[in-house]
Design a protein. Structure first.
Length: 94
């Protein structure tokens, strides 16, 4: 991203207590978030529906979270999402 770009790269890597109920903190920047790193946070599959509504999201990192994959289908609705990281989660191929 360019220095003066209105687009945002958001990382919660230093906020491990970030959970589904904290989603409201990102709502005001919803249209600007292109990169969202929720690695190591306390989120669940329930938040994936809200994440799917980020219109400009291209990279999403859900590594080391408690997600199980039940909400991943909702992310398919996001046409700009190019990279999804789900390392060390409960997601299986089934």
């Amino acid at each position: 991203m360019k220095k003066d770009s209105p687009l945002l790269k958001v990382s919660c890597i230093n906020f491990p207590g970030f959970s589904d109920s904290d989603w409201y903190m990102l709502q005001s920047a919803k249209n600007q978030i292109v990169y969202l790193d929720l690695t190591g946070t306390a989120i669940s599959d329930d938040i994936l529906e809200q994440i799917a509504t980020l219109p400009n999201l291209t990279v999403l990192k859900l590594n080391q979270t408690a997600i199980e994959g039940s909400g991943l289908g909702k992310l398919a609705e996001n046409k700009n999402l190019k990279l999804l990281y789900i390392n060390n989660t409960q997601v299986t191929r089934e």
